[in-house]
Design a protein around this ligand. Structure first.
Ligand code: ADE
Length: 223
């Protein structure tokens, strides 16, 4: 899968996209993440990519042409299944959407700009608008990282133990059960006996019950 991320602050994306599982997935050839600086595609002088809004409100608005040029260039090179714009007024992101996107071959993520982008970009170039939650970030870069991370980690082979992506919170609309590791007792705090019993049928039953109970208590809306 290939993800092209379009931004005016590419440095914000470097580290989150090049560590841990995302780095390994790229090294294994499972994902290719390409970050583009929109400034490199502007026809205006001095790398200008934003301008004052018509109507006179405060704040700068991202101009249509640099984004148009970059998206058209990418589209001339390959077909894109989805062209996403990150914005607090998009549809709320969740695991179902991450699963859907992970099945795609090529996607573009255009990062929002703090005061907004020329609305013609959204009307004519974007196929999906995504919000990662009801709060406002300075720009869409962190949201793009959230999307890239959640999508790439579930590509088969990205996580060493493939089964572990399937047991993630939300994959079956349940929160994950608690996990523990050695020592079995610390400071008088004990690991539940069942996990030390070696009885895998009992362990699985306990994990299912815990997942259900935690979901009922913490996120009843998921049930
Ligand atoms: N840009 C600013 N806030 C955002 C949010 N909550 N989700 C996605 N993109 C954003």
């Amino acid at each position: 899968m290939r993800i092209d991320i379009l931004t005016v602050v590419p440095d914000l994306l470097t580290s989150p996209l090049n560590e841990s599982i995302l780095r390994r997935a790229q090294e294994k050839g499972l994902a290719e993440i390409v970050v583009h600086n929109i400034r490199d595609h502007t026809p205006y002088k001095h790398g200008q990519v934003d301008d004052y809004p018509f109507g006179g409100e405060a704040g700068m608005v991202m101009m249509v042409e640099p984004v148009y040029r970059l998206i058209e260039k990418l589209k001339s090179e390959r077909h894109y299944d989805e062209i996403i714009f990150t914005s607090p007024d998009g549809v709320q992101y969740n695991q179902r959407e991450a699963n859907r996107l992970s099945l795609m071959k090529n996607i573009i993520i255009l990062c929002g700009h703090y005061k907004g982008i020329d609305y013609r970009i959204r009307e004519h170039l974007i196929t999906r608008e995504i919000s990662i939650g009801d709060y406002v970030l300075t720009g869409g870069e962190l949201a793009a990282c959230v999307i890239a991370d959640s999508v790439v980690r579930i590509i088969p082979g990205a996580i060493g133990d493939e089964a572990s992506a399937l047991t993630d919170c939300f994959q079956d609309n349940l929160l994950a059960p608690p996990v523990y590791t050695r020592p079995s007792e610390f400071n008088g705090w004990k690991v539940p006996d069942v996990l030390l019993s070696g009885n895998f049928a009992e362990i699985e039953k306990w994990q299912e019950e815990q997942a259900y109970e935690r979901t009922k208590t913490l996120r009843p809306d998921l049930l």
